[in-house]
Design a binder for this molecule. Structure first.
Ligand code: PLP
Length: 258
């Protein structure tokens, strides 16, 4: 019997399908990887902005993970929007037991501007979750919000996040003003690896989710962190080049139109 390669996704639900768990499922399916989908939060949103986040009860999350993981053996984990600080100890406990590669997209604010987490969430995420994370994928503004006091310097932000315990930090530059999108990949004691991507004329919804999920797919298929990060960026750039409109706001990555 052929057993599917699976990735456990803990993500929010975007009813418009651009971001969150649907982005994960589509990205993983495009890599021929099956998603195990645990919803951390429901949301009220359209293609422009998020209006409300409703966190899943941590006890329900725990029960779902207990039952799922007693039966299924994922090859990697992808963390997206987390609903509350109270979910963190539950997630950390399961990650510690699983000992798998983990990609964490530290979702803090929607592209449309709404804050998606409480003000003390960044500090809790750093203290509790980062020791379990293989690849952290903040955009530049998320990196600066996670590391206050780095005076906005991205190298200093990455150094602090690596010191918290993650293995690689990929800081994406889609939200910066440079003519190209400049992504920086950091590992402790390693030279920074910088890659430039053409800045596309549109704005996107769900690009970060797509990038983190494609890196998780490659890790599940056996790549090491650097190969997975490189392949994930290439795949996401292709999906952004094929982006489609599903509403009147930002476009969503074309994840299944190859
Ligand atoms: N909704 C959910 C469930 C998400 O996971 C995210 C981002 O990860 C967003 C909305 C916001 O996405 P974006 O900033 O790409 O618009």
């Amino acid at each position: 019997m052929t057993r599917a390669t699976t990735v456990l996704c803990l993500s929010g639900h975007d009813p418009g399908g651009g971001a969150g768990l649907q982005a994960d499922i589509e990205t993983l399916a495009a890599h021929r990887v099956h998603a195990l989908g645990v919803i951390t939060a429901l949301t009220v949103q359209d293609s422009r902005n998020v209006r409300r986040v409703i966190a899943t009860d941590p006890a329900l999350l725990d029960e779902q993970l207990d039952v799922l993981l007693a039966d299924m053996q994922p090859a990697a984990v992808k963390l997206g929007l987390l609903g509350s600080i109270a979910q963190l100890p539950v997630i950390v406990r399961h990650l510690a037991r699983l000992a798998l590669p983990v990609v964490c997209d530290p979702v803090l604010r929607a592209g449309g501007g709404t804050d998606l987490v409480a003000t003390d969430f960044p500090a809790a995420l750093r203290a509790q979750l980062l020791p379990q994370v293989t690849v952290l994928t903040p955009n530049a503004s998320e990196a600066r919000r996670l590391v206050q006091g780095a005076a906005g310097d991205l190298d200093a932000c990455a150094a602090a996040l690596l010191a918290d315990g993650c293995t690689r930090v990929l800081i994406t530059g889609g939200d910066e003003r440079d003519a190209a999108v400049i992504n920086r990949c950091y590992g402790a004691g390693l030279p920074v690896r910088i890659s430039d991507w053409p800045r596309l004329p549109e704005t996107f919804h769900g690009a970060g989710c797509t990038l983190a999920a494609s890196i998780a797919a490659r890790l599940a298929l056996g790549d090491g962190p650097d190969a997975a990060i490189d392949a994930g960026q290439r795949w996401t750039q292709g999906a952004l080049a094929r982006a489609v409109a599903v509403g009147g706001g930002r476009r969503i990555p074309g994840r299944f139109l190859e």
